[in-house]
Design a protein around this ligand. Structure first.
Ligand SMILES: NC(=O)c1ccc[n+]([C@@H]2O[C@H](COP(=O)([O-])OP(=O)(O)OC[C@H]3O[C@@H](n4cnc5c(N)ncnc54)[C@H](OP(=O)(O)O)[C@@H]3O)[C@@H](O)[C@H]2O)c1
Length: 181
């Protein structure tokens, strides 16, 4: 099964200057809960945005790029021994290859962005984990339009959090694709 996890603001913005423009402990906790122990597939630009270009711990990180040789060469200076069990990193040259590699780690492969990769994964995703981060953050990268009110997506759960200590309010919604007809 392919899932998508994304956080977006009031403008459907997801990133600014190659980074997340907000800090949300609640959203980070949800992200960790959903992705931990699973394979996560991301675009090369999202990987570049991770702190010190280190793979997410406890997850099989799969980075997609059209130029694997360059991506690996650029990553080499950051490579350190991985000590956490279940952490790994690999590169794939198509989304389909990335997902196929991810399936070796378990039944649910989670697409973690960014916009270019979300757009390609949406037609094949079975689950969406979406965090609406309240506010406007002047983003330059956006979540593709998704018709969440039509028959395609069914709400499976809604949770809210954040809103204290200057943290943004977050509405987290899990959607499941209805049976394909
Ligand atoms: N709010 C959120 O939930 C969230 C989540 C993730 C990221 N973000 C933000 O989103 C922004 C990055 O998104 P983005 O759309 O600019 O970039 P992206 O989707 O992260 O990465 C795009 C890159 O992925 C590779 N790629 C994409 N499709 C491919 C395919 N079919 N086959 C092979 N390689 C493929 C290409 O890498 P090469 O150029 O190397 O070929 C492409 O340049 C950042 O600001 C980041 O912080 C936000």
């Amino acid at each position: 099964m392919i899932s998508i996890i994304a956080a977006y603001d009031d403008d459907r913005g997801i990133g600014k200057d190659g980074k997340l423009p907000w800090r949300s402990r609640y959203d980070m906790a949800m992200f960790k809960e959903i992705t931990m122990g699973r394979a996560v597939v991301m675009g090369r630009k999202t990987f570049d945005s991770l702190p010190k270009k280190q793979p997410l711990k406890g997850r099989a990180n799969i980075v997609i790029t059209r130029d694997i040789a360059t991506a690996i060469r650029n990553y080499e200076p950051y490579r350190i021994p991985i000590e956490t069990p279940q952490t790994s990193i690999g590169f794939a040259s198509t989304l389909a290859d990335g997902v196929q590699v991810g399936r070796a780690f378990g039944p649910e492969v989670v697409i973690i962005g960014g916009a270019e990769v979300y757009a390609q994964a949406l037609p094949v995703a079975e689950r969406l984990y979406l965090s609406h981060i309240e506010g406007r953050y002047g983003c330059d990268t956006f979540l593709p339009e998704i018709d969440l009110s039509g028959p395609t997506w069914m709400v499976a759960r809604i949770q809210t959090g954040g809103g204290e200590d200057g943290q943004p309010k977050v509405i987290f919604t899990e959607y499941r694709r209805q049976e394909r007809r």
